[in-house]
Design a protein around this ligand. Structure first.
Ligand code: CA
Length: 227
């Protein structure tokens, strides 16, 4: 397993590298402090997962992401000090698979990187989920609503899969977090909220007045259809 970290703060690279050495010595960590070089290394080094800082000295992390997505679907986790929801949404919209805000817990980063890798190797065997006009492939996360194909990131696909599978019932934050990251985190509900917002933008006629994915405050979400 090869992990590329594109980050201009040497202290963060060192901390992450130490955490990897102790907890996941079989993974190879490669790093660069520059965005252009990072995109180049995705092409030449073919990492299995990328950890990407947004504030880089040469080009922004968004531009790096845009370049990477031209030729690669490698999982990308954004690591950023920008906790503003619009910034995070923008990152997800441009093709990131997950994000974490700084300061971060190193073990959580490690767990999230591992979960992105696990999702690269689908177990298979699961049937396409059908609910009314919606058809979701639980392995590729290809989604059709009637004849319209909707592009989902893996994380969005996993969340929608959980909701549709349990249509009409409340799915708790912790259940969604476990499905996405393999475990629940203290701020998982906050992250889930961002993905739900993205899903609503893709699925709802009016994302501000959702009819499909309803919020149960403090508990979770419900897919408001009977399948
Ligand atoms: Ca930075």
């Amino acid at each position: 397993m090869k992990v590329l970290i594109i980050e201009d703060d040497p202290q963060i690279i060192e901390a992450v590298s130490l955490a990897f050495q102790i907890r996941w010595p079989e993974a190879q960590l490669i790093a660069t402090q520059e965005g252009e070089r990072g995109a180049y290394m995705v092409e030449t080094e073919k990492p299995d997962v990328v950890v990407l800082d947004l504030g880089l000295p040469d080009i922004s992390g968004y531009d790096v992401l845009k370049q990477i997505r031209l030729f690669s679907d490698v999982p990308v986790l954004i690591l950023t000090v920008r906790a503003d929801e619009p910034d995070i949404i923008k990152g997800l919209e441009w093709g990131a698979d997950d994000y974490m805000t700084k300061p971060f817990r190193q073990l959580e980063l490690l767990a999230r990187v591992k979960s992105l890798l696990r999702r690269r190797s689908p177990v298979g065997g699961e049937q396409t989920l059908v609910c009314g006009q919606l058809r979701l492939n639980p392995v590729t996360f290809q989604l059709f609503i009637a004849d319209r194909e909707v592009n989902l990131t893996r994380t969005e696909g996993i969340i929608l899969h959980q909701l549709v599978k349990n249509a009409g019932q409340i799915v708790e934050h912790s259940t969604l977090a476990e499905a996405v990251w393999g475990e629940d985190y203290p701020d998982a509900a906050q992250s889930i909220k961002v993905y739900i917002r993205r899903l609503r933008e893709k699925l709802e006629a009016d994302p501000g007045e959702p009819q499909l994915i309803l919020t149960k405050p403090g508990i979770g979400y419900v897919f408001a259809r009977q399948c």
